[in-house]
Design a protein around this ligand. Structure first.
Ligand code: ADP
Ligand code: MG
Ligand code: MG
Length: 885
């Protein structure tokens, strides 16, 4: 058997493929792994992901080989359990579970209790001695199978159950007796017959293949596709199918089911953490139908909850579970997320995987596990997703700010968020699309809500525990989430809600604190994060293991200061044009641009010189001792022009030139394609006085700061948009000349560099020649992507989405470097540049400098540094370390 692998019972578990996630999926691999180390796993088998890919490609056909292998594998389960599938006297029941290579929470559907029909339900009742259990299992099966396999709306069944409860005055499912469930089964079957025009399938083999097909088909469901797109999961992986003997948590008061983490997934603390329910089956815990109970006594007491914890109610099964937790952590050397069931006092393990965690928990666990000797520093560095650090780098609620607390829920995913209340996912997506901050508020979330959760700043639900869909997905996305807010009720028809008795409506602003569970009215102010403790420790390790330097793209002293706190080792890109937009200066800038001749321009530039010098002085002060790359003016001049009559009139007053003259001059500056027009070094060539002023400002400021502070000031003057050696030759001579003048005037000299951006394909190709004039290259990959792909980044939004969806580009090439294409130009330019000038300094300053995949490419290419926006600096430090390991 090559496409079906056995686990549990007397299976041998010695085939490497049987434990390979790419072959049998994550769930299957870990079930086999757990069984192989002797843990109590109900026996079963896994059909490979390869078979899924084949099935989907070949038009949903099962091969004869597969049918034969599945029949044989079923025999393995039957022998291990001692029951036969479809046996009317004592039937084997199975679950049919999906399991892709990586876990896709809630994306794929599971069917439990498969193998029940009108005959076997009677056998199950007799063999178990529990009528209620048998009929409860059968009604669950019909509902799940009808939903997942037959495509019927689950509300049809839920409504029928509600009616039975109302008729009998019951509140909870546990109050229903055997005959209630039996009657409900009759109604369920009638619903199926009515909706489908054929009866619920009674043939257990038909049931099994129907479920297997449904799992395979679910790989291509819309919600699976959305999840894959959001998480960069390739569409051609496929999912495995796990068929496993059922164990029953719904066999009365000595049975239970639960989910648990070996450490706290929100804080990372070393404490077992989980939820469980007595007399319940699988999905009950996560679906939020009943409020789950605490696993440990300590957690129950801390929450002041009444229902007994598992530790108290089932001490023996709990002790066994705790032993398994420790075993699994030592085995996998990572925090595990576990599903278990207790059937009449005996513990069974149904799933384990490395648990999703908040960034804070990931850091704490990585640092703790090194101290515990479980993992080494390199593993700890690899464990933390650089992008997840983002969660820690953003503001949290100001603890001293007043809060108008409306109510409280569970602290399901940390972070703070304010925004307008929105009651459904589509609206959330639409409003977020136009730039609104929204909070998605739902009774509970389901996979259909994923796009809205992604669009929202935060998520609030009325039902569901810490392991509910909302909580798990929000933690994975890094969205703050408060779940299970029992004081919250929603009126969907009126689009209003109540929290703790206060009436609110869609559009009202609220604030969530995902760390405490507080729900507040209005917007609460936030404070900057503190980068200490575990964060500092892990960053220290990352710094020791990385080769590349990390700089920042910043142009204001505040951003520079922030970036230094985040660990920036210099500035990779200081854009000088931002300094021109300042309200005080813009009229001098406009005067310069609109001047008729050189002397007019010089007069205006003379006014700008002291301002620019002051800018650079401040930046050099903040960055003392570190290199600062300053890019001379880059954008097309018309970007600075006045807009509208009022601005023209104002400028006319300020500089004493008539409005008509100004308008004519502005007209002359019009360009058809400004991004390929009169910009970058082309400005420096045609209006050298602009670059002269900027170079003078840089060197005068550098001399002043060096004199005052005694620290080294290292200006790196960068010429943008160079395509030819001659351009750089001319402008470099200009910069050198100004530097020499300033040094003579000031009576001191400084080290400085003159280099260029590589942002045009020609520059990359000619890098060997250009390097003769440049002491550094900085890859401006935003423009280089734009010019290489021939895609305007300002207009790309309209088609890049569909492009990525159809796999034309694997990811947005402005977010993650197009390594195949643009990457070639980068490597080639690096190589040719080094041939001419072996010590040439190489860096990247596009947005890609903060993207982990692009950073890995920069490491391979041997760049000296990456430069990222201030908030991305820690991400880049960690990603650079991971790339170097
Ligand atoms: P998901 O990936 O959505 O968690 P699972 O396949 O893990 O789907 O199963 C859904 C629920 O059913 C889980 O709570 C799981 O523990 C439970 N379950 C799955 N298989 C069995 C089984 N053989 N016996 C008892 N419970 C099961
Ligand atoms: Mg599961
Ligand atoms: Mg550019």
């Amino acid at each position: 058997m090559e496409q079906v692998y056995l686990f549990g019972g007397d299976a041998r578990h010695d085939d490497a493929r049987a434990r390979d996630k790419t072959v049998v999926g994550g769930k299957g691999a870990n079930l086999a792994e757990m069984a192989s180390i002797g843990l109590p796993v109900p026996p079963g088998f896994t059909i490979t992901t390869e078979e899924c890919v084949r099935y989907l490609a070949e038009g949903a056909n099962f091969s004869d080989q597969l049918r034969a292998d599945v029949a044989a594998a079923l025999g393995h389960i039957e022998r291990a359990v001692g029951k036969r599938f479809g046996d009317a006297a004592d039937p084997l029941l199975v679950s049919v579970r999906s399991g892709a290579r990586v876990s896709m929470p809630g994306m794929m559907d599971t069917v439990l209790n498969l193998g029940l029909n009108d005959a076997t339900v009677v056998g199950l009742a007799a063999a178990s001695g529990d009528e209620r259990f048998a009929w409860d299992s059968y009604r669950r099966f019909i509902q799940m199978y009808s939903d997942v396999v037959l495509g019927l709306d689950h509300h049809l069944f839920e409504d029928a159950l509600e009616i039975v409860k109302e008729d009998n005055g019951f509140y909870a499912d546990v109050e229903l007796e055997a005959d209630h469930w039996q009657a409900l089964v009759g109604e369920y079957k009638a619903i199926v017959a009515r909706e489908l025009g054929r009866p619920f399938p009674q043939d257990v083999t038909e049931q099994l293949w129907g479920a297997i097909a449904a799992v395979f088909d679910s790989w291509d469901s819309d919600r699976a596709k959305v999840y894959r797109r959001l998480n960069d999961i390739p569409g051609d992986w496929g999912t495995a199918v796990n068929v496993q003997a059922m164990v029953f948590g719904n066999m009365g008061e000595t049975s239970a089911t639960g989910v648990a983490f070996t450490r706290d997934p929100a804080t990372g603390e070393r404490a077992y953490y989980g939820e469980w329910l007595v007399n319940a089956q699988g999905e009950d815990v996560v679906a939020g139908i009943r409020t789950p109970q605490y696993l440990t006594r300590a957690a129950r007491e801390r929450a002041g909850a009444k229902p007994l914890s598992m530790e108290e109610a089932m001490p023996q099964a709990y002790a066994e579970l705790a032993r398994v937790f420790d075993l699994l952590e030592t085995h996998y050397r990572d925090m595990q997320d576990i599903e278990f069931t207790v059937e009449r006092g005996k513990l069974f393990m149904l799933q384990t995987r490395s648990g999703k965690r908040t960034a804070k928990a990931a850091l704490k666990m990585a640092v703790d596990m090194v101290a515990e000797g479980l993992i080494d520093e390199a593993t700890a560095i690899r464990r933390v997703d650089p992008m997840a650090l983002d969660q820690l780098l953003h503001p949290t609620l100001d603890p001293t700010a007043p809060r108008d607390v409306l109510g409280k829920g569970l602290p399901a995913s940390p972070g703070a968020a304010s925004g307008a209340i929105v009651l459904d996912a589509d609206t959330a997506e639409r409003l977020a699309g136009r730039g609104d901050a929204v909070i998605l508020v739902r009774v509970e979330t389901s996979p259909e809500d994923i796009h809205g959760m992604h669009a929202a700043r935060g998520i609030l639900t009325a039902r569901g525990g810490m392991t509910s869909h909302a909580a798990v997905v929000a933690r994975g996305m890094g969205r703050p989430c408060v779940s299970g807010a029992s004081g919250l009720s929603i009126d969907m028809a009126a689009r209003t809600l109540k929290i703790g008795g206060r009436a609110l409506k869609e559009g009202d602003i609220i604030t969530l604190d995902g760390a405490t569970g507080d729900i507040m009215a209005g917007e609460v102010p936030t404070i900057e994060p503190e980068l200490v403790g575990d964060f500092a420790v892990l960053m220290g390790w990352a710094d020791r293991h990385r080769r590349m330097k990390v700089r920042t793209n910043a142009e204001t002293p505040a951003d520079c200061r922030m970036a230094r706190q985040f660990g920036a080792e210099g500035i990779g890109l200081c854009r000088t044009e931002h300094m021109f937009f300042d309200a005080k200066r813009i009229s001098a800038v406009r005067q310069m641009i609109l001047a008729e001749d050189e002397s007019g321009r010089r007069a205006a530039l003379a006014k700008l010189l002291p301002e620019q010098r002051a800018d650079f002085r401040e930046i050099f002060e903040v960055m003392a001792g570190l290199p600062v790359t300053i890019r001379l003016l880059d954008p097309p001049l018309h970007e600075f022009l006045p807009h509208g009559d009022a601005e023209f009139a104002e400028l006319s007053d300020a500089i004493g030139v008539g409005v008509d003259t100004l308008k004519r001059r502005a007209e002359e500056l019009h360009e058809f394609n400004p991004m390929l027009g009169h910009r970058g070094c082309r400005l420096g060539i045609t209006f050298p006085e602009i670059y002269e002023m900027q170079a003078r400002a840089i060197f005068e400021a550098a001399c002043e700061v060096a004199a005052a502070s005694g620290e080294a000031v290292v200006p790196e003057v960068m010429i943008p948009l160079v395509a030819t050696r001659r351009e750089l030759q001319i402008l470099r001579a200009l910069v050198d000349r100004v530097a020499a003048q300033v040094f003579a005037e000031q009576g001191r000299t400084l080290d400085y560099l003159v280099g260029t951006m590589i942002e045009l394909p020609r520059a990359a190709l000619m890098a060997g020649e250009i390097a003769a004039e440049a002491t550094f290259f900085s890859f401006g990959t935003n423009d280089l992507t734009q010019t290489t792909l021939g895609v305007s980044r300002d207009d790309a939004a309209r088609f890049l989405g569909p492009y990525v969806e159809q796999g034309i580009y694997p990811r947005d090439p402005f977010v993650s470097l197009d390594i195949d294409g643009v990457g070639q130009l980068v490597s080639l330019a690096a190589e040719r540049g080094r041939q001419t000038r072996p010590e040439i300094k190489l860096g990247i300053c596009g947005e890609h400098g903060g993207d982990p995949a692009s950073i890995a490419f920069c490491e391979q290419t041997g760049l000296d540094y990456v430069s990222a926006s201030p908030y991305r600096v820690p991400i880049a430090r960690l990603a650079a370390a991971q790339a170097a390991l």
